[in-house]
Design a protein around this ligand. Structure first.
Ligand code: NDP
Length: 251
């Protein structure tokens, strides 16, 4: 039995849509208590009601912009609470576009949400997990961590995004080695193209992003979550290619 069978309290960032919404829904079904984090309060309220209906032990919403240091410190405070047994660092933005023309503020934002917040929330939660002898951190990266320079995009235009996901992979693997022998597990999930709203707000190419999901058939967000939760015992790096229909590849 893995941690998802023994419910506690889980923090899910980016819970207001896509993969994060699916994690929250699935954990609710296992009876977890949830702390839902995102900027869109209305969405979190809808999800909170659904999650309670689905069996969540309790739900808190924490409206926060993880790219803002002030907001992040509120979430860090919550993540250090002594009831937190699972952190899903799922919130992410892509900032796709020409690197040479990129707005410096946007690049900083991508790094703050995808790298700084993920690291800070892991740091906040792990000491309590070690002290209590139980805990899991799931970080959502991307297959682009390994292949940001490969097709299908004609021009990658995603160096900082892919780099931020490469950080998530290397950070998680290295931390997993440090925590080996402790009861605390860390996992990084690397999804391929997934049918969410992620591509709608994609940097300077929202239309092509939307078309890609439509024409190439991004996998359902539920497939990512299924692979991740099924591999909690076995996989610290869980790749979910989706398009190849090959299922999860773990190591
Ligand atoms: P969505 O756009 O559907 O969801 C992104 C979530 O992140 C939303 O809930 C959004 O909430 C939240 N978020 C974004 N910025 C912030 C912020 N500044 N502060 C707090 N929350 C924020 O995309 P996905 O579900 O697809 O993405 C989830 C993760 O999966 C991301 O890390 C992404 O990089 C990764 N991924 C996605 C793939 C895909 O093809 N879709 C493929 C590989 C990885 P709100 O706007 O309310 O703040």
């Amino acid at each position: 039995s893995h941690d998802a069978d023994t419910p506690g309290t889980a923090i899910v960032t980016g819970a207001s849509s896509g993969i994060g919404w699916e994690y929250a829904t699935r954990l609710a079904g296992h009876g977890w208590g949830l702390v839902l984090v995102a900027r869109r309060a209305e969405r979190l309220d809808v999800l909170a009601k659904e999650a309670l209906g689905a069996g969540a032990a309790g739900v808190e919403t924490l409206v926060a912009d993880l790219g803002s240091p002030e907001d992040l410190s509120r979430v860090v405070e919550r993540a250090s609470g002594d009831d937190v047994d699972l952190v899903v660092n799922n919130a992410g933005i892509n900032g796709y576009g020409s690197f040479a023309e990129a707005d410096a503020g946007l690049l900083t934002r991508v790094l703050n949400v995808n790298v700084v917040a993920l690291t800070a929330l892991t740091r906040a939660a792990v000491p309590g997990m070690l002290a209590r002898g139980r805990g899991t951190v799931i970080n959502v990266a991307s297959l682009l961590a390994f292949a940001g320079d490969l097709p299908p995009d004609p021009l990658p235009r995603r160096a900082v995004y892919a780099g931020s996901k490469g950080y998530a992979v290397t950070f998680t693997r290295t931390l997993a080695a440090e925590l080996a022998g402790t009861p605390v597990r860390v996992q990084v999930v690397c999804p391929g193209l997934t049918a969410t709203e992620f591509h709608l707000g994609a940097g300077d190419t929202p239309v092509s992003g939307e078309r890609r999901v439509h024409e190439e058939g991004g996998m359902p967000a539920a497939d990512v979550v299924t692979a991740s939760l099924a591999a909690l015992e076995t996989g610290e790096v869980v790749c979910v290619p989706g398009l190849t229909d090959a299922g999860a590849v773990t190591r």
